[in-house]
Design a protein around this ligand. Structure first.
Ligand code: HSE
Length: 313
């Protein structure tokens, strides 16, 4: 018998991961959004409520709400004969660089799929959720929704057609996601990017991105640390995130393997080795940089995580 209502946990994600702009993404153990969908009479998707962290900033308009757009795409693709109402509990603040809109989109698609008599394959949900992401950021990028749906480390091999490769990262890979109280809308952070890339920088990125993918698959933390570099995107976006470089230096000094801009920012993401550190000194070092400037900074000391799943508390 088909479900009437279901709640899904949709994890936060870090996109780009250094050299992989719009290509690499990493699912986090926490935080996460909770997306609940319920079958309703009539067609179409309605957003009933958005609560939680930054919930007031999230639109209830079903044409622009990422979870609603993604859920509607799933219903349309499956030719479903019912409508849905959606409720979202945000654990991932909007404009954070931690895949807030992507988590809601992934959760909306995944939850709607669970109500279908014949669910679509997970790969098809990536395309549906990407439409939700597009409604929010203005461009179709799938490097947050892919890891939020599939978990682990994901690589967008191609956008047309959409093809994703998933890699299981090493179990000892820890992540500190530090979030200063600064808002960076993704649309704005994309608007300032260059349209052309210098050939020398392209060569640098191909080398580092390839090595990073191999390092993730092999579980080679030293190679992850050496290959996680970005010469194209982060330098242009750094002015949008005050004290970014200082925060990254503090994280490295406190033992991080790498520290870099999470997604479009302002998240400062730092990787660490769980076998030799518990990650807290890294979180404290970044928080201290912002505290000195009078800026609040939240932090999650976590690891990489699995993708969307049914939430049964
Ligand atoms: N790849 C996207 C960007 C991710 O950097 O604009 C947004 O979180």
């Amino acid at each position: 018998m088909s479900l009437e209502r279901v709640t899904v946990l949709a994890p936060a994600t870090i996109a780009n991961v250094g050299p992989g702009f719009d290509v690499f993404g990493l699912a986090l153990g926490e935080p996460y959004d909770l997306v609940t969908v319920e079958r309703r009479q009539g067609r179409g998707v309605k957003v009933r409520k958005v609560e939680g962290l930054g919930g007031k900033q999230v639109t209830l308009d079903p044409q622009r709400n990422t979870a609603a757009v993604a859920a509607a795409e799933v219903l349309e693709l499956a030719k479903a004969d019912f409508g849905l109402s959606v409720r979202i509990k945000k654990g991932v603040r909007p404009c954070s660089g931690m895949g807030s809109s992507g988590a809601s989109a992934a959760g909306g698609a995944y939850a709607a799929n669970l109500l279908l008599e014949r669910p679509l394959p997970l790969e098809a949900l990536v395309g549906c959720a990407a439409k939700g992401e597009e409604a929010s950021s203005g461009t179709l990028h799938a490097d947050n929704i892919a890891p939020s749906l599939l978990g682990g480390f994901t690589i967008i091999l191609s956008y047309e057609p959409l093809e994703v490769v998933r890699v299981t990262p090493p179990p000892n890979l820890g992540i500190v996601a530090s979030l200063p109280d600064i808002m960076v809308p993704t649309k704005e952070a994309r608007g300032i990017l260059p349209k052309q890339v210098d050939l020398k920088k392209m060569v640098f990125h191909v080398g580092h991105a390839s090595a990073l993918a191999v390092a993730m698959a092999r579980g080679d933390l030293a190679l992850i640390s050496r290959s996680l570099k970005d010469e194209v995107i982060e330098p242009v976006r750094a002015p949008l995130v005050p004290h970014l470089k200082e925060a990254e230096r503090a994280a490295l000094k406190a033992g991080a393997l790498s520290s870099f801009l999470g997604g479009s920012g302002p998240c400062v993401a730092s990787l660490y080795d769980k076998d030799t550190s518990d990650g807290r000194p890294i979180a404290e070092a970044v928080q201290e940089v912002y505290r000195r400037q009078g800026i609040e900074c939240a932090a999650w000391v976590t690891g990489w995580g699995e993708g969307c799943r049914r939430w049964e508390p």
